[in-house]
Design a protein around this ligand. Structure first.
Ligand code: FES
Ligand SMILES: [Fe+2]
Length: 412
């Protein structure tokens, strides 16, 4: 359900009232220390891969990246070779990029247009865009192929307006259910394919565990330090409102400083109306478990951050910049480029400290991470990671005690 006016007003008040808070909130649990090994242990990273990344809905692309029938895009964010394809009827499908003859990779370019067919580069088996095997040379030399599953192996793929998600778990719950309550709250997203344009994609490999940039994106305790000459001039770290949501998701509003105009007049026509004026009241964002943040810069420009493990000490930082103005025309492109440049600069200021954190966590110089009330979203993600892995599978010394359940919105 969209946020009501009363709810919008309450969320703004909750953020502002943080400015007045002097004491640790009554009744809120002390957050137990997080074992540093959760960021550097190879076996734990493997558990995360199997339990979290192979079983969650992951935002991997924007529809503009494969707009025409036959367009394809390799999902380079995961070790599994997954190929997204725009089919003849305009849908997006995901398959393993794996020929069912002997396993050659069907495409090796990161993106392109396959025409009407995908042809394997090894022995020329041919598949249609829906993944069906439609031909292979010397057919008479194969027996019983008709009885076997020789179509490309499908991967679950669903869209939310322009956003493309995949899930490697064939038995996962539907996307809508997994994204609740954000799916309903931000219901307008579903109608924005074609109007929320992709203004660019930024990719950086960073020598840190994937959770370190996630942590930085979901707390504002560092804003006055790391972003003191940029975002902190406009945003008031002390008035950050946070709500923990079911499924490991969360919501955050960091209010604009009193008397400071946020961005002046925004050039972007508004697309989101059902979240009231939250996007104009500061930086409003959602984090969707496990690795995806939607950050509003006003109602017509937003960026989508995803962080991906490469191994326990290396990750891929990816940003999809989205705008109500198309970069196809000059004015739109100029406005988009300006906003991308500024926001990217702020975002990547975090990278000045994160590699140092990772080295420290690996060194034994710090064995436990100590979180404040302001950093409770981080703990919320860690609890969700253990649930996704299966608590009994997490080695005892790495587990995080579950303490936040009663503080999740909607919990009775
Ligand atoms: S592996 Fe694809 S045709 Fe042989
Ligand atoms: Fe930051």
């Amino acid at each position: 359900m969209a946020l009501t006016d009363t709810r919008v007003a309450e969320l703004k008040r909750l953020a502002e009232s943080e400015r007045e808070r002097r004491d640790y909130p009554d009744g809120f649990p002390v957050l137990p220390p997080l074992p540093a090994a959760r960021y550097v242990d190879r076996d734990f990273a493997r558990l995360e891969h199997d339990g979290v990344f192979r079983r969650s809905w992951l935002m991997v692309a924007h529809g503009d990246q494969l707009r025409q029938p036959g367009d394809f895009l390799l999902v380079e964010q995961l070790p599994e070779p997954v190929l997204l394809v725009r089919t003849a009827d305009g849908a997006i499908k995901a398959h393993y990029n794996t020929c069912k003859h002997r396993g050659a990779e069907l495409v090796d370019a990161p993106c392109g247009n396959a025409g009407r067919r995908l042809t394997c580069p090894y022995h020329s088996w041919v598949y249609d865009l829906d993944g069906r095997l439609v031909g292979y040379p010397d057919a008479a030399d194969f027996k019983a192929l008709d009885d076997r599953d020789v179509d490309l192996t499908a991967v679950r793929c669903e869209t939310w307006g322009p956003l493309v998600f995949i899930n490697l778990d064939p038995d996962a719950a539907p996307l809508a259910e997994s994204l609740e309550p954000v799916w309903s709250e931000l219901g307008e997203m579903a109608g924005l394919d074609g109007t929320l344009h992709l203004a660019g994609v930024t990719v950086r490999e960073v020598p840190v565990n994937w959770k370190l940039p996630v942590d930085a994106n979901i707390e504002t305790y560092h804003v006055n330090t790391v972003h003191r000459t940029s975002a902190a001039k406009v945003l008031d770290q002390g008035s950050t409102g946070i709500q923990l949501l079911p499924n490991g998701h969360s919501r955050m509003l960091i209010s604009v400083r009193e008397g400071v105009p946020l961005t002046g007049k925004m050039p972007f026509p508004p697309l989101f109306h059902e979240v009231g004026d939250l996007p104009d009241s500061g930086t409003f964002s959602y984090h969707l478990f496990p690795n995806f943040s939607i950050v509003f810069v006003g109602k017509g420009f937003l960026f989508l951050v995803t962080n991906w493990p490469i191994d326990e000490s290396m990750s891929r930082y990816q940003v999809h910049w989205c705008s109500s103005l198309s970069s196809q025309d000059d004015d739109g492109r100029a406005a988009n480029e300006m906003f991308v440049r500024f926001n990217q600069e702020v975002l990547f200021e975090d990278l000045s400290v994160l590699p140092g954190l990772h080295r420290s966590l690996r060194s034994g110089g710090i064995t436990d991470v100590n979180l404040s009330y302001q950093e409770r979203r981080i703990y919320h993600v860690h609890e969700a990671i253990d649930r996704a892995i299966g608590i009994e599978l997490v080695p005892g010394e790495l587990r995080v005690p579950s303490v936040l359940g009663p503080f999740v919105e909607g919990a009775s």
